[in-house]
Design a protein around this ligand. Structure first.
Ligand code: NAI
Ligand code: MG
Length: 351
């Protein structure tokens, strides 16, 4: 087994600069204890880089990343720069160029993290979001700009291959869990792409005899995340539906500050990217309040992907134990700073 991995680390903007150093400190320690090393290549790309160069990424940025084992990202987004510039300038090109067609977002209630739902509701939902096509397309335009009859068109792109591969990935996960797969749809209102989605999901899942597929309309499904979260296990969803549902599930699990995600190229032809679900949080940036759990957990997902499941388990147990022990950041109603929380995880890892 390799004993060293090259990771490109892009802290990015806002609290990305706070949660990423917190996570890399934990990752370095857990790696050391498991006898391997993480070689970080620091990439100061993002909004500051954009202000000085007009680009979020260097011209050969993707080429530079292509030689690493994985990418670890904080967040991008800045109040002075339009969000479509930051997103389409960095994250979306990486996802698409590296064919990271799976966006995996686990959401589960953690010990010591209260859900905003009344009662002691438990949630353990894996959202598998299609990550490179669907509603987030470049096809369309703005027409008759500035006139009273101005309009905009935006075309969604759904391919048989794209729907089938995300379904296969989700069905495999479901087979290893409860066998219940929910497909998020809207085939009553969106009459071309969504019936096609339903059809390809059904055909693909038929190859998994132990898996049942339940197609649920996205509006009802959103309600169900809140009213009956225990009834959900693995959800397969298009790019837009998966994006919204996973933020909702994260909020139900306690906070965006504890939600991790992986952007995976399952064939491993390109590096995969691991990041917290949250953004740059300009409202709290620089205050030392950011919850590092989402970033640390994303780091654990990266270790699992690199073939280090024991190290990933240790890291998840460590932050779980710290939360269960009552050390919490402000978003969870505690008073620990990012640094306090991280220090507690390091102590737990040293055991
Ligand atoms: P956000 O996730 O940055 O913040 C939403 C709310 O959650 C804020 O009140 C924030 O303080 C809180 N929050 C988020 N993460 C937290 C953490 N770790 N600890 C404690 N509290 C936390 O989303 P928002 O405000 O919609 O977007 C801010 C910027 O981030 C925008 O420029 C947006 O485009 C960008 N963004 C970037 C993403 C990425 O890089 N993947 C994802 C989402 C947003
Ligand atoms: Mg989102």
């Amino acid at each position: 087994m390799t004993d060293s991995y090259t990771i490109d680390v892009i802290p990015g903007d806002g609290i990305g600069q706070e949660v990423i150093p917190a996570a890399t400190a934990c990752l370095d320690l857990v790696a050391e204890r498991h006898g391997f090393a993480l070689h970080w290549r620091d990439r100061e790309w993002g909004s500051d880089y954009y202000r000085s160069t007009g680009r979020m990424l260097p011209v050969d940025g993707l080429e530079q990343l292509s030689t690493g084992d994985a990418v670890f990202l904080g967040a991008v987004g800045d109040v002075d720069i339009p969000d479509d510039v930051t997103l389409w300038g960095l994250l979306i090109p990486i996802r698409r160029e590296f064919e990271q067609y799976i966006n995996l977002r686990p959401n589960r209630t953690l010990p010591g993290v209260p859900s905003p739902l009344a009662g002691d509701r438990q949630l353990d939902v894996l959202v598998v979001r299609e990550n490179v096509e669907g509603e987030y397309s470049e096809i369309g335009g703005r027409f008759r700009r500035g006139r009273p009859d101005e309009f905009a068109l935006q075309e969604a792109v759904f391919t048989r291959q794209g729907i089938a591969r995300v379904t296969r990935f989700a069905a495999e996960l479901a087979a290893g869990r409860t066998g219940r797969l929910v497909s998020a749809t809207k085939s009553n209102g969106i009459i071309h792409t969504m019936p096609f989605w339903d059809e390809v999901v059904r055909e693909t899942a038929a190859d998994f005899p132990g898996v049942t597929v339940d197609k649920v309309l996205i509006d009802a499904l959103a309600a169900r995340v809140v009213s009956a979260p225990e009834s959900l296990d693995v959800i397969v969803a298009s790019n837009l539906f998966g994006d919204i549902l996973s933020d909702l599930a994260a909020a139900v699990a306690g906070s965006l500050g504890v939600a991790p995600s992986a952007n995976l190229n399952p064939e491993r032809e390109h590096p995969s990217l691991f990041e917290p679900v949250h953004g740059s949080a300009p409202d709290i940036a620089g205050k030392g309040w950011a919850n590092p759990v989402a970033a640390i957990w994303a780091g654990a997902m990266m270790l699992r992907h690199l073939g280090r499941p024991e190290a990933a388990d240790d890291l998840e147990s460590a932050f779980g134990a710290v939360l269960a022990g009552g050390t919490r950041t402000r978003d969870l109603g505690g008073s620990a700073s990012t640094g306090d929380f991280t220090e507690a995880v390091l102590v737990a890892l040293r055991g």
